[in-house]
Design a protein around this ligand. Structure first.
Ligand SMILES: CC(C)(COP(=O)(O)OP(=O)(O)OC[C@H]1O[C@@H](n2cnc3c(N)ncnc32)[C@H](O)[C@@H]1OP(=O)(O)O)[C@@H](O)C(=O)NCCC(=O)NCCS
Length: 164
């Protein structure tokens, strides 16, 4: 298993993995499948995206995106992590997150944030084990398939970018 920075050419593989996560309804409020073209738009030069390969197959990705447009928040990024169904539970999620944290540090990001369904124990455990803190819970944050769902807010500081 090897993690590396992603390139635009990885977009189709990333879309396939993201679409499995969307279909599984465990990870996101999104319900619209993404195309490779949607994924290519993630490569904006400011936000790291990483993939994990096994042999020559991409089995996981982690990505960052804009948290808020305000300039004061430029060093905060939202993140996502998804592993292909057949590759889950074998360390790929951890490899993706460790690589993403490294790339985020290089990009000058000082904090990663996201929201996780409280039922997503795999994700909460992974994130705890790579240094995330659970900030609290947003109640009834949005509806997924018509059902109001809570989300746990998570954050991880990147100390190297918090110098005075
Ligand atoms: C959540 C997800 C990214 C975790 O990645 P993974 O490769 O399956 O997890 P890893 O094998 O790297 O395991 C990382 C940690 O999570 C734990 N874990 C993994 N799967 C688990 C499960 N089903 N239940 C409980 N804990 C689990 C591992 O024991 C490990 O914990 P440790 O570091 O304390 O030993 C992956 O399962 C996935 O893609 N799920 C669907 C999409 C998703 O939920 N994305 C996250 C959105 S917030």
């Amino acid at each position: 298993m090897r993690a590396r920075a992603a390139v635009r050419g990885d977009a189709a593989a990333i879309a396939a993995i993201y679409n499995q996560g969307i279909e599984d309804r465990v990870a996101t409020f999104e319900t619209r499948p993404r195309s490779p073209e949607d994924i290519r738009a993630w490569f904006d030069g400011a936000h790291p995206v990483v993939v994990v390969e096994q042999g020559n197959r991409i089995i996981a990705f982690a990505s960052t995106s804009t948290y808020r447009p305000r300039e004061c928040y430029a060093g905060i990024a939202e993140f996502s992590v998804y592993v292909a169904r057949e590759g889950r539970g074998r360390g790929a999620g951890r490899a993706a997150m460790e690589a993403l944290i490294r790339e985020a540090e290089r990009a000058g990001i000082w904090k990663l944030v996201s929201r996780v369904f409280p039922e997503n124990t795999a994700s909460l455990r992974l994130l705890r084990s790579v240094g995330f803190r659970e900030v609290g819970t947003y109640e009834k944050h949005a509806r997924l398939d018509g059902v109001w769902r809570d989300v746990v807010i998570v954050e991880r500081l990147i100390p190297a970018n918090l110098t005075p």
